[in-house]
Design a protein around this ligand. Sequence first.
Ligand code: PGA
Length: 285
Amino acid sequence: MRSPRARFVFAARLTSARRGLSWSHAVKFKGLAREKPEKRIAGVTRRSRLVAGNWKMHGSRATNGELLDALLAGLPGKTGVEVALCPPYPYLQQVSERLAGTPIAWGAQNLSEHDQGAYTGEVSAAMLKELGCRYVIVGHSERRQLYGESDAQVAAKFAAAQAAGLTPIACVGETLEQREAGKTEEVVARQLRAILNKADFGAGVLAYEPVWAIGTGRNATPEQAQAVHALLRRQLSPGVRILYGGSVKAQNAAAIFAMPDVDGGLIGGASLAAKEFIEIVRSAQ
Ligand code: PGA
């Protein structure tokens, strides 16, 4: 059974195909507002690329300062690739001060689904917005696995981020056990559907991160990534950026980014080493 949202997407795509209109025109035609993360040139959707660094729980004021200096010195001026850094909460102020006025954006690794209230230890979307965040990661597999975040909670976080004007980077991905049981498609479709049932994906970003590839040094092959990206793409408007994440390194990035449905990467370990991260950004050009 298709969800109401999936049915709408399907119907609107059909309408747009029949009328010879682009998807964004079709959405406008339906009277819905939508941001445009893509450009259409001669009928081809060109999505801008994004490489986001997920620092996880690493860093200190001193090492962050060195990393930021090295990135600012080493990243090519005009790459055509959007770059974002997601440090731990306490360093957002430091990162925002250093990156203000530069082409590098910043974001957080998580947020609360609630606006405000008695939620000890939580951080709201509005607080992140005040710190100048453009992005926020939601539903990272470490949040799902270690902190028990459910599909519904991830969807609520996605909606809270969007309501505050942040761009959520929503993560989906299967475990090794699920892949070996042939359940990859079912798992990622379920995780995405939970979000689409709750929110319009809008200008949100999706990240396919196979759990077995995160921090293991075992990346998905470009073909494995492409296969999952292509099926996720079918659930979304053509302008939505889908990043790959999981053991992306300077040495494998170019082959992964060469896949037609891979629009950049969500980089963990390799985003902590300036030289490595700069090479990865270059590979996305
Ligand atoms: P990794 O992490 O690049 O260290 O595998 C990716 C992620 O968790 O986003």
